[in-house]
Write a protein that binds this ligand. Structure first.
Ligand code: FES
Length: 121
């Protein structure tokens, strides 16, 4: 069952889209279901000034993407290291076991952002 928070973010997704001149573009695929999340990050020095996403997936994946991009904006790259699946799940009202892997997809996206940036430098 989807929580009210998931339904809210599914119906009102935040930060959807792409950033043409993004410094970081990272994609992750959930091996359990194939849902795919692509995140675009705009940086000012070490700080994330904007983040957008494209998602090919279920309602809970849309909601997790909406929430996690909101968590990125305004933080430094080192600060986003602390974003974990539990925070995404909590922000969505506590995901059921059926939808818990959407929060894993969001956490994987954060890790992919950091990995992509490390590979660039
Ligand atoms: S069904 Fe797997 S993340 Fe949506």
């Amino acid at each position: 069952m989807l929580t009210d928070e998931v339904l809210y973010h599914f119906k009102n997704p935040q930060h959807q889209g792409s950033i043409e001149d993004a410094e970081i573009v990272a994609s992750v695929v959930n091996p359990a279901c194939g849902d795919t999340l692509k995140v675009y990050v705009k940086l000012d020095g070490d700080r994330i000034t904007d983040a957008k996403y494209k998602i090919y997936g279920c309602a809970a994946a849309v909601a997790a993407s909406s929430v996690v991009t909101g968590m990125l904006i305004g933080k430094t790259l080192s600060e986003i290291e602390s974003i974990k699946r539990e925070q995404v799940s909590d922000a969505l009202g506590g995901l059921s076991p059926t939808h818990a892997h959407t929060a894993v997809l969001a956490e994987d996206a954060v890790k992919a952002i950091l990995r992509t940036q490390r590979e660039k430098s």
